[in-house]
Ligand binder design. Structure first.
Ligand SMILES: Cc1cc2nc3c(=O)[nH]c(=O)nc-3n(C[C@H](O)[C@H](O)[C@H](O)COP(=O)(O)O)c2cc1C
Length: 305
């Protein structure tokens, strides 16, 4: 997730309860080579302290040539596989036939997958997508993708124009899994959408028979959402010492890896995660929101309690 699953946050999540697979922020294949725009290259950075694997890099764009060029470089960087984003709903990219826009351009989608596969060699190439652009067309679209024998297909149960609104349609996710079974394909189906708590993961897994689940915004509700033991204990139950450890680690690692490169303010959405739950943490949350430097935030945490 953009501005969320960077190398620092991934390592931090892995230090508590890791998912089976991590995925990078999405990286624009063409932008990677742009001399001045550095976002794509920053997003592809894997810090030496991040050791948990497998780690998949997600790319996007509508240019097969750019895929052919960027994929070998990304794999060389240390990623274990490539995922193609066919799900981002931003209007501008959809109009250009990128991301969700590929749902209505199946031949270009296929060309991109084949180009990626050629460039990735033995490494896997998967796809993450939605169930339509303006209307649900799940069988037609997923059917075409399944024909390509992808190792993994992630389905976010919304159409593009929904953005993140309304509820994810897990019936549609289930239909993709059923279609996979009918077609006799080996593609692993991963469901995505509104998995906000450990219980949501259990329920959707049981209801749909998917092979895996992808958590998006749920990581902001519960840092420990990937915890496997049941009954699920969310991060809200973490004591002060655990919270302090997580916050100090995130701030220090962000400063070490990104200091002077990415802004401090990026950390603020995470402070909200780390102070969730008991009201006693609210004053600290408010102060952290107003802080402006790594040092100031660390001093606030040291002074709390
Ligand atoms: C801040 C933010 C950044 C995101 N960045 C990406 C991304 O880079 N690649 C991607 O496939 N989806 C991205 N998404 C979408 C999520 O992966 C997910 O598909 C969507 O939020 C629905 O799942 P959820 O309800 O579990 O959040 C992003 C979502 C958010 C909120």
């Amino acid at each position: 997730m953009e501005d969320v699953t960077d190398t620092v946050f991934r390592a931090l999540v892995a230090s508590r309860f890791a998912p089976d697979v991590f995925m990078s922020e999405f990286i624009n294949a063409r932008e990677y080579f742009h001399k001045k725009r550095k976002f794509a290259r920053q997003r592809a950075h894997i810090d030496g302290a991040e050791t948990y694997r497998p780690l998949v890099v997600q790319i996007w764009g509508n240019d097969p040539e750019a895929y052919r060029k960027v994929i070998p470089i990304l794999l060389e960087t240390g990623f274990d596989g490539i995922d193609i984003n066919m799900g981002c709903p931003a209007e501008k990219v959809v109009r250009r036939g990128e991301c969700s826009g590929l749902i209505d351009r199946p031949s270009l989608a296929k060309e991109l997958i084949l180009a990626a596969r050629e460039a990735a060699g033995a490494k896997p190439v998967s796809v993450k997508t939605r169930i339509g652009v303006k209307a649900v067309k799940v069988e037609e679209w997923a059917g075409m993708l399944l024909e390509l024998d992808l190792p993994v297909l992630t389905i976010h149960g919304r159409i593009a124009i929904q953005m993140s609104e309304g509820e994810a349609d897990w019936g549609a996710v289930r239909r993709v899994r059923e279609l996979r079974d009918q077609m006799g394909k080996g593609t692993l189906i991963v469901g995505n959408g509104d998995l906000f708590a450990g219980e949501d993961l259990d329920r959707r897994y049981a209801e749909t028979g998917v092979d895996g689940l992808m958590v998006g915004r749920g990581i902001f509700r519960d840092l420990d959402i990937f915890r496997r033991d049941r009954p699920h204990q969310s991060f809200e139950t973490a004591d002060w010492s655990q919270r302090r450890t997580v916050m100090v680690r995130h701030i220090e690692e962000h400063r070490r890896v990104w200091g002077g490169v990415k802004g401090f303010d990026m950390l603020k959405s995470f402070f909200k995660v780390y102070t969730r739950g008991p009201e006693e943490y609210l004053p600290l949350r408010e102060k952290l929101f107003q802080s402006r430097t790594y040092e100031e935030a660390l001093a606030l945490i040291a002074a709390f309690r």
